[in-house]
Design a protein around this ligand. Structure first.
Ligand SMILES: [Zn+2]
Length: 257
């Protein structure tokens, strides 16, 4: 029987770092290898969050390596390995699974990142960036057209993402210029307004943004943190798996938030 090809964990780490350039970012947690598993990598599972459900699915799938957007360790945690953290770590360690996590570098990558891949799904493309660490994307429809109004833009996004979105209507009339930033990017709304967006697409909304939308006339669409961030990790993992000759599968653990 031909042996299944494997590569050293370090090669996977190098390929991911080379693509995503984590040193360029100030982030909320460590990017790269967060939990060390076996040295020989054969099969990667990608997912949005290193939740227990994803780790269990990866184990069932026979993966030796996980690539996610939301890893286990964040600034502000108290550092104790108890409760859900103990359970997730115990599973990873017991099955010798490598956990790679890339947060902001995975949002930012101009072709394979969350924002670029969300744009692809929505049929829009960026021609500019805005906001802190250039994580906001600005652009318009691929066909150069406009959305007739906020409602039709919302319907378009709902169809593309397969879920309801929360809309706060700005100025009535057509929308040509879009700003977007995946996940919990409420704080990028004011920068999107300043950059000239007529509508802003992100994952979440907080109370103040509804008022900014009405007062500044810029439509706000909250489309789900998970729903807007489920395209980057599989794109990056598939790219790296292909370049190294590894197997890859994306596992989507549904999340209404
Ligand atoms: Zn996120």
């Amino acid at each position: 029987m031909p042996s299944v090809p494997t590569v050293h964990r370090q090669q996977v780490a190098q390929a991911l770092d080379q693509l995503l350039q984590p040193a360029r970012f100030k982030d909320y947690g460590p990017n790269g290898l967060q939990v060390e598993g076996r040295e020989a990598v054969r099969r990667i599972v990608s997912g949005v969050t290193a939740s227990r459900a994803l780790i269990e699915a990866a184990i069932t799938d026979g993966a030796d390596t996980l690539v996610v957007h939301h890893g286990l360790f964040w600034r502000g945690q108290d550092g104790r390995v108890t409760g859900w953290m103990k359970q997730r770590l115990a599973l990873l360690l017991a099955h010798d699974i490598n956990l790679f996590a890339y947060h902001l570098p995975l949002d930012a990558h101009p072709e394979l990142g969350n924002n670029a891949q969300l744009a692809h799904v929505l049929g829009v493309c960026a021609d500019a960036r805005f906001g802190e660490q250039d994580l906001g994307f600005l652009g318009g429809r691929l066909d150069g057209g406009s959305f007739p109004d906020a409602t039709s833009l919302a319907t378009h996004v709902e169809r593309a993402l397969g879920r309801k979105v929360t809309v706060v209507q700005g100025r009535p009339g057509p929308i040509t210029r879009l700003g977007w930033c995946t996940g919990g990017a409420q704080s990028y709304f004011e920068d999107a307004i300043a950059a000239g967006a007529q509508a802003f697409i992100t994952g979440e909304i907080s109370e103040p943004q509804a008022h900014y939308a009405r007062e500044c006339g810029v439509t706000y669409l909250a489309c789900g943190h998970h729903a807007t961030e489920r395209y980057g990790a599989p794109a990056v993992a598939a790219h790296v798996a292909q370049s190294l000759g590894l197997e890859h599968r994306f596992i989507d653990v549904d999340n209404p938030a």
